[in-house]
Write a new protein. Structure first.
Length: 171
């Protein structure tokens, strides 16, 4: 039932499609730092909204601030943007709100997201070389089949000889 409410409450915000997951790491870390410094969540979100350079994320922060001002918990405000804040993020924030360890949970969440982003970058980096080599191998093999094999076919037929069995299969 709560899931249906979240889906119907999903906000449409312009520029939201360009928001990358990596932008959540500084947002989460800065929010945790402000809460540790004694700021309220409303002041922290307002401050981040003023400082935000990304127009789409600035709109999200504006809606979050308005939700907090209207009395909604921060986690419920986040749930209005499932395309940015996934279930794990929202559930961690909810647990932090309920346990009274909101700033600590946000700090841990930022560390976890940073480690996850680093791992993704390492995997992508590690996969680049094999992908390039595979692509080059496919291009070379295609060129051989298209350009070299027909030359051999003509050459063998000119000699009056039949092609070797592997070449016949390839042709």
């Amino acid at each position: 039932m709560a899931k249906a409410k979240t889906k119907s409450a999903t906000r449409r915000v312009s520029g939201i499609g360009q928001i990358k997951k990596r932008e959540l790491i500084p947002f989460t870390r800065q929010t945790a730092s402000m809460l540790n410094a004694g700021m309220s969540i409303l002041v922290a979100v307002s401050t981040l909204e003023e400082q935000c350079a990304h127009p789409g994320f600035k709109n999200v922060l504006k809606h979050l601030r308005e939700n907090i001002e209207s009395g909604l918990p921060f986690s419920e405000g986040l749930s209005h943007f499932p395309q940015i804040f996934d279930d794990m993020y929202i559930n961690m924030v909810t647990a932090g709100e309920k346990s009274g360890q909101f700033a600590n949970v946000l700090k841990r969440l930022a560390v976890m997201m940073d480690a996850s982003a680093r791992l993704v970058r390492k995997v992508k980096s590690a996969m680049t070389y094999p992908t390039v080599i595979l692509a080059l191998a496919l291009i070379i093999a295609s060129a051989l089949v298209v350009f070299v094999v027909p030359v051999f076919t003509e050459m063998f037929s000119g000699f009056g000889q039949s092609l070797p069995m592997p070449t016949q299969i390839l042709v």
